[in-house]
Design a protein around this ligand. Structure first.
Ligand SMILES: [Ca+2]
Ligand SMILES: [Ca+2]
Ligand SMILES: [Ca+2]
Ligand SMILES: [Zn+2]
Length: 349
């Protein structure tokens, strides 16, 4: 009986080979120990090519491989795969609706001009994001935060748009401009919506709740990207607060950012547009991180979200976050959280 894990299956296959080899040896001789099976490798962007190289002049020319230097890529291990040989595993299942499906065996060789590269990016970064949450204790010491297999679909129908659909709880990545799944911060932003939805089904039904959703996606993108940079020792040559430096080369001035999480907006600057107003909330999250450190901040921020109503406003969500900090870490942490929301002039804090 093999365990239904890739490691288990590899171990079983290895044992079979060892038995077969031993059978060919003279009686009494023993086979040399076999090398440990190598884990599957993938070529990915170190978050995104602009922040990895610091080159703000990088530009997409219809998906040409030559647009991005080799120094923007890293080879990293694909973890938590099932035994199918496709990009499917414990935390993510990637489907390509058009174009060639990627294989695990090919994952170390694709570049950005290959359809399969974005599939590999989606697998790697969604897995990385859930591993980050697991590392914070979500799914063990704390309740799971989308600790399930996340379906992801990629297509090439030309829409420069990515989204999370809460009916199917599925993430879809579009193409157009820079292909969206070539930027890990776009991938993890969308995963942030999936996390929110898993924590509070239907989250985001009021304008302020929607803004909190956009803000958390941006914040999680920075948190996961920063963590990966530290963990793998990757280059980081752009402002940490800049979200989607590569995707944004198509539509923003240098330094290219889809949005930032260190802006100066306050509650009075609301426009009624969730992405714009999200910059009020994400700045508060960024301040909490800078006050309390990444791990403590992120444990508070994500844990608090379990207590948000689907149509919450900034005030109630901020008060829930302060109360969560108090419960988990005591008064000084709660005060730091309160100060971050007060600095955004959110009423009632
Ligand atoms: Ca591409
Ligand atoms: Ca794009
Ligand atoms: Ca960035
Ligand atoms: Zn969004």
């Amino acid at each position: 009986m093999s365990r239904r894990t890739p490691r288990g299956l590899i171990a079983t296959a290895t044992a079979t080979v060892a038995v077969a080899t031993a059978a060919l040896l003279p009686a009494g001789a023993s086979a040399a120990p076999l090398p440990a099976p190598s884990l599957p490798q993938a070529r990915v962007f170190m978050v995104n090519p602009v922040q990895a190289t610091g080159d703000q002049s990088l530009t997409d020319h219809k998906d040409a491989a030559s647009d991005v230097p080799a120094s923007a890529y890293a080879t990293a291990t694909l973890r938590n795969l099932d035994a199918s040989g496709a990009l499917s595993g414990k935390w993510v299942d990637v489907r390509s609706e058009t174009g060639k499906p990627a294989t695990v065996a090919g994952a170390a060789a694709y570049n950005r001009s290959d359809d399969q590269f974005e599939q590999v990016m989606a697998y790697f970064w969604v897995n990385e994001a859930q591993e980050y949450l697991q590392g914070l204790g979500f799914g063990t010491e704390l309740p799971g935060a989308n600790d399930r297999t996340q379906p992801v679909r990629l297509n090439q129908w030309g829409a420069d748009n990515s989204f999370f659909t809460d009916k199917k709880a599925e993430i879809r990545f579009g193409k157009g401009g820079v292909d969206d799944a070539e930027d890990a911060e776009v991938i993890v932003h969308e995963y942030g919506h999936a996390v929110h939805h898993a924590q509070v089904p239907g989250f985001g039904t009021s304008p302020e709740a929607g803004s909190i959703g956009e803000a958390f996606g941006d914040y999680l993108a920075v948190a996961v990207g920063t963590h990966a940079v530290e963990k793998y020792g990757w280059a980081m040559k752009a402002d940490a607060a800049c979200v989607a430096d590569w995707d944004a080369t198509g539509y923003s001035e240098a330094p290219h950012c889809l949005r930032r999480i260190d802006g100066t907006k306050t509650y009075a600057d609301r426009e009624g547009e969730v992405h714009a107003d999200g910059e009020i909330w994400s700045r508060a999250l960024f301040d909490i991180r800078n006050s309390l450190g990444a791990r403590t901040a992120d444990r508070i921020i994500v844990n608090a979200q379990f207590g948000f109503a689907p149509d919450t406003g900034f005030r109630d969500a901020a008060l829930t976050t302060v109360a969560t900090a108090q419960k988990m870490y005591g008064t000084s942490a709660a005060n730091a959280v309160r100060a971050a929301f007060r600095a955004r002039e959110i009423p009632g804090l």
